[in-house]
Design a protein around this ligand. Structure first.
Ligand SMILES: Cc1cc2nc3c(=O)[nH]c(=O)nc-3n(C[C@H](O)[C@H](O)[C@H](O)COP(=O)(O)OP(=O)(O)OC[C@H]3O[C@@H](n4cnc5c(N)ncnc54)[C@H](O)[C@@H]3O)c2cc1C
Length: 380
């Protein structure tokens, strides 16, 4: 089969780009696993936090929240709900956070206790509140991206790992022309074997998450130092009922977080341990230590683990995504390195990537494209 753009990877990055690109380009998306979003994209904490991350991420998150709000309004049920974020610390830590971030407001000790009555009052002095943070129904968002992409002509193939790549020159329409221009002067195309499929594409997008450097190497590109780090989440039951509308809570050193998940609690030890690309698994001790820690700072009384999972947050050394054309391999495009921000930036990042791919990026977004460029200093 033949297409304008082949997207490698069926997580949130690949699916959101297919949504943005398929109205104007013929798109094929290939996913190695038997189902979409098998890896990191189905293992997140489902948060969209405008106060989280460096400036480029915060901008993309604000834009994405506005876009997902628009998506949500078109669906039968809302897919995003407010989930305020409380960061606990000393008076000094909180003052520093609030000074650095316009989305944060300072709460006194008693205001914090009103917001989160399960806290042990002696374990913190003050908090910073991000009242603009949201929780998103990730399966519903992914399904929206998939359905829209297919509805505008994209082909989405699962069980289709890219295993072989051949770079070929396009056939000149009428052979070599009178002035001697031959196949070597025409744009290259990629012949890709993905599972049982043979695909020819003018452009390839590397949206392979933890495997992004591996896939780039298959196409002849140099790696960008995209390092996966494992992080876990558990859903736990509690002795005292949890207020389902309560905030997400984390200490200023970001060493763990928890938030209501219905009447249960979602908890994360926030570990960031380098790992190989693969099917990441929970280390039970991480969860056990965290349960002990949450017992020290709250009165919720965790009684058991309902389920737990681990995913890989993949990013380069400077912590920013890698988005744009590769300077050395013509028509290879990167959409990788989203780290812990891949859900909350997906709608706007896919829009930015589609703008770069189609040559329609607004001038005002040049700074974002520069900040995320695969050619920026310090990568690899
Ligand atoms: C515990 C945890 C909590 C998180 N919480 C949040 C959060 O609250 N908010 C947020 O914004 N982000 C969060 N994240 C980060 C977010 O989940 C990721 O940034 C995002 O899912 C990355 O998406 P992706 O599409 O790049 O990667 P993936 O979802 O991993 O998709 C990449 C896909 O490429 C496929 N692939 C690889 N090689 C090939 C090949 N050769 N051929 C074909 N396909 C291939 C893989 O099978 C995979 O499905 C969290 C992550 C973790 C682990």
């Amino acid at each position: 089969m033949d297409c304008d753009v082949l997207i490698v990877g069926g997580g949130v990055a690949g699916l959101s780009l297919a949504w943005r690109l398929s109205p104007s380009r013929s798109v094929v998306l290939v996913e190695a696993e038997g189902s979409l979003a098998y890896h990191t994209s189905s293992r997140s904490a489902r948060q969209m936090q405008p106060s989280y991350g460096p400036a480029a991420i915060q901008e993309l998150t604000r834009r994405s929240i506005a876009m997902v709000e628009g998506i949500s309004e078109r669906l039968p049920a809302p897919i995003m709900v407010p989930r305020a974020m409380l960061t606990l610390g000393t008076e000094t830590e909180v003052a520093a956070l609030v000074a650095a971030n316009a989305n944060l407001e300072s709460l006194t000790h008693s205001e914090t206790m009103e917001r989160s009555p399960d806290l042990r009052p002696e374990t913190f002095e003050a908090s910073a509140l991000d009242g603009t943070a949201m929780e998103v129904d990730v399966p519903a968002l992914l399904e929206f991206y998939r359905r829209q992409a297919i509805g505008t002509g994209a082909m989405v193939l699962t069980g289709a790992p890219v295993t072989a790549v051949e770079v070929v020159a396009s056939e000149p329409a009428g052979g070599t022309d009178a002035e001697g221009a031959g196949a070597e002067d025409l744009p290259t195309r990629f012949h890709v074997t993905a599972g049982r499929h043979s695909i020819t594409a003018g452009t390839v997008v590397d949206a392979a998450g933890a495997w992004a450097d591996v896939v780039a190497a298959q196409f002849g590109a140099r790696p960008r130092g995209l390092q996966p780090h494992r992080r876990s989440v558990a859903i736990v039951s509690t002795e005292h009922p949890v207020d389902p509308s309560g905030p997400m809570v984390e200490p200023a050193d970001e060493s763990f977080y928890y938030r209501p998940d219905g009447t249960h609690l979602l908890i994360s030890p926030c570990e960031s341990v380098p790992a190989e690309p693969g099917d990441a698994q929970v280390v039970d001790e991480d969860i056990a230590e965290l349960i002990h820690r949450i017992g020290e700072v709250t009165t919720v009384g965790i009684t058991g683990v309902e389920r737990s999972w681990t995913g890989l947050r993949t990013q380069p050394a400077d912590g920013l995504p890698v988005v744009g054309f590769d300077a050395d391999v013509p028509n290879l495009f990167w959409l990788a390195g989203q780290g812990g921000y891949g859900i909350q930036t997906s709608a706007a990042l896919a829009t930015l990537a589609a703008g770069l791919l189609t040559g329609t990026l607004p001038d005002d977004d040049g700074w974002l494209a520069g900040a995320l460029s695969p050619q920026r200093a310090g990568l690899g």
